[in-house]
Each structure stands twice: as C-alpha cells, then as structure tokens.
Design a protein around this ligand. Structure first.
Ligand code: FAD
Length: 331
C-alpha cells in the first residue's frame, strides 16, 4: 500500500484539463497531502495525453501516471474503468479523487466496485481523521442538510468532488511522468462513440461558470429568454433555467439547474422568476452569492437568497443589463 493521493484528470472533449482537476489537486495538497505525509499524484487517462502532465504539475502534482491508449481516445465506461482499476491494483494508492462531472459519476462507481473500494460522490469538503481515514462532507436531502462521511480503514478511499467549490491554486512542480501500459482488450469495450455533436456557445459552461443567470417559468416564453441571455452576456455569465422553464419548452434541458439537472457552484447566481423549490435549490444552493428577482414578495426564494429584489422582471432586467453594460464599459 502506498500513501499516494491520486487526482484523476477530467478532460474536455477537446482534450483540455477541466478546472475541477486543478481544484482537486489544490484542495488535496492543502488538506490531505501534508497530514497524510503522502505524495500528490495526477492520473491521465486517454490517447495522446501524457503531454498534459505539466498542466497537473502546475497545481502541485509531484508525479503523474499516464495511461496513453488508443482505446481510451473516446470516453467509454468500460475502457476508463479497466484502465483506472488496473492502475489502482498495481500501485494501491491511499485516496483517489476526480471531479463530480457526468463522466466521473459514470465510471468512478464502476472502478470502486472493481477494486472493492468505498466511494462517496459530490464532496464539498475534504479532510482526514486522526488515523488517516478520508472524511468528506456532502449535501443531502436536496441541500437541506450536510452529511459528514468517514471512510472505514480500507484503501483506496474514493470520492468525487463538486466542481467550483474548491479554490484552484498554483503550486508549481516538475512532475515525474510514469507511463503505464494497461492491457485493455478491445472486445471488453462494449460501447462505441458514433458521433459527437457539440453545441457552439460563447458563454461559459454551466458547471464551471463563475457567474450564472437563470430564468424560470415566470419568463412566460422561450422568446423572452433573450432577457436572460443579454444579462448573462453583459456580465460574462452562463445561462441556466429551472425545470419548469425547461419542461415548458422555453429552453433546452442542458440549461436545467437542480436535482435532476446540473449542479452548479458559481460565485454569483442570479435567479429570475424562479420560485425557489427545494429541487432547484439542490442544484444551486452552494452558490456563494444568490440574487433573486421575483414579483411575488412571498416567493420561497427570498428565504434562501443573499439579495432579493421584488420586481417585475420585464421592467427590471433590461434596466439592470443596461446598468451593468455602462458600469463595465467604464472599467
Ligand atoms: C423529482 C423532482 C425533480 C425536480 N428537479 C428539478 C430540477 O432539477 N430543477 C428545477 O428547477 N426544478 C425541479 N423540479 C421542479 C420543482 O419542484 C419546481 O416545480 C420548479 O423548480 C419550479 O420552477 P420555477 O421556479 O421556474 O416555476 P414556479 O414555481 O412556477 O415559479 C415561477 C416564479 O416566477 C415568478 N414570476 C412570474 N412572473 C414574473 C415576473 N413577470 N417577474 C418576476 N417574477 C415573476 C412567480 O412569482 C414565481 O415565483 C423537480 C421536481 C421533482 C418532483
């Protein structure tokens, strides 16, 4: 058994390292590596990925394991699960972390099952007990409570972390790169990516955005969502929506925030014409500053926000957008 802490890189479809990886490395260095007396390592899974090791080094990885394999070019649950579980069996790390992205949520449980590890999802805090067991905190019951979970003394201890919660902090290292060839039999890969369709957008991705403007059922139609997009663009924000707005056909599902949509943690979340259901809150409750705009002064969202404005969105939002544009133009 080693004392290594692994942060498995999340890559975008263009092969870039996602911010969640840097957040994981930074928090593991701040909260775990010193206490554990263990080495902080990055793990790269993919094809042609070993060149990304220096990126992980920038955020404190002292060693990077790279599994470069043509069969890992496109994400498949089988390929990633085999590669990571074989790597874990060989090196026996103490802790294994990745981002709570859709890919992380898909294959980490499979890996945990293969290697017989304990697993928690969506951690918002990482720590170690005095006897060096991983201890995490995570939201429960639609973010109404926070659970503290301690692992039993069984390695590895695996967790995913909520993106945008931990601060990425550079700590330059020149990592040793360990190229690993894992034998992945092509016939064990049971799924194939046939086509990848990308939606081009100039706005930030919801789960990584620092600012988000979301609209709810009170927007009344998809056409009115230009008000959300204009405000979002004025302040460099991503655009989101409540499920009611999505179910009404105003905007596509990929914009949905909440229990059955995306979980976001921006610095600023502006909720416009959203009543503040527990299911919506489950997806945005960890935002640092929540601003609500609603014409009903008794809307539940006013119990959950930092700043509340009782107003009709059709009057307030265009004026707000203009003010932001003016102010930002002066800077
Ligand atoms: C299992 C389950 C999962 C769910 N998952 C999700 C989820 O992931 N995400 C999610 O959002 N919901 C989810 N829901 C649905 C959730 O319960 C609510 O129905 C939904 O969040 C309501 O969306 P809303 O706030 O936009 O609509 P409403 O509750 O109808 O609120 C609309 C608000 O707009 C305000 N308004 C209207 N006109 C104006 C105006 N002109 N100016 C200003 N304010 C105005 C109203 O006062 C009202 O407060 C889920 C429900 C279930 C049962």
């Amino acid at each position: 058994m080693s004392n290594e802490i692994w942060v498995v890189a999340d890559l975008t479809i263009d092969g870039k390292v996602r911010k969640a990886t840097f957040e994981g490395l930074s928090e593991a260095r701040r909260k775990l590596a010193g206490k554990l007396g263990g080495q902080l390592c990055g793990v790269l899974l993919g094809s042609g990925v070993s060149g990304l090791a220096s990126e992980l080094g920038k955020y404190g990885a002292e060693k990077v394991y790279a599994v470069d394999n043509e069969l890992l070019k496109d994400y498949t649950p089988e390929g990633y699960s085999i590669a990571l579980s074989e790597l874990i069996k060989k090196h026996e790390p103490h802790i294994v972390i990745t981002g709570n992205t859709s890919i992380g949520q898909d294959y980490f449980p499979r890996v945990a099952a293969r290697v017989g590890a304990g697993l928690t999802l969506d951690a918002i805090d990482l720590d170690l007990t005095d006897d060096k067991r991983l201890k995490i905190r995570r939201y429960m019951y639609s973010a109404k409570s926070i659970a503290t979970v301690e692992f039993l003394d069984h390695k590895p201890m695996m967790t995913t972390i909520r993106p945008n919660v931990f601060k990425p902090e550079e700590a330059a290292k020149n990592p040793e790169v360990v190229n690993e060839s894992i034998d992945i039999k092509p016939e064990r890969i049971l799924t194939k990516t046939v086509e990848v369709k990308r939606k081009e957008s100039t706005r930030p991705e919801l789960t990584e955005a620092d600012r988000i403007v979301s609209g709810g059922r009170g927007m009344a139609s998809g056409d009115n969502f230009y008000l959300i997009f204009d405000l979002a663009d004025a302040i460099g924000a991503a655009a989101g929506a409540s499920r009611a707005a999505v179910d009404s056909g105003f905007v596509p599902y990929e914009m949905q925030v909440g229990q059955t949509g995306k979980v976001v943690s921006p610095t600023l979340y502006i909720a416009i014409a959203i009543s503040g259901s527990v299911q919506h809150y489950a997806g945005m409750g960890s935002s640092k500053v929540i601003v609500a705009i609603n014409k009903d002064q008794d809307a539940p969202i006013f119990q959950k926000c930092d700043y509340g404005i009782v107003a009709d969105l059709f009057q307030l939002v265009p004026a707000l957008t203009e003010e932001f544009k003016k102010l930002l133009a002066q800077q």
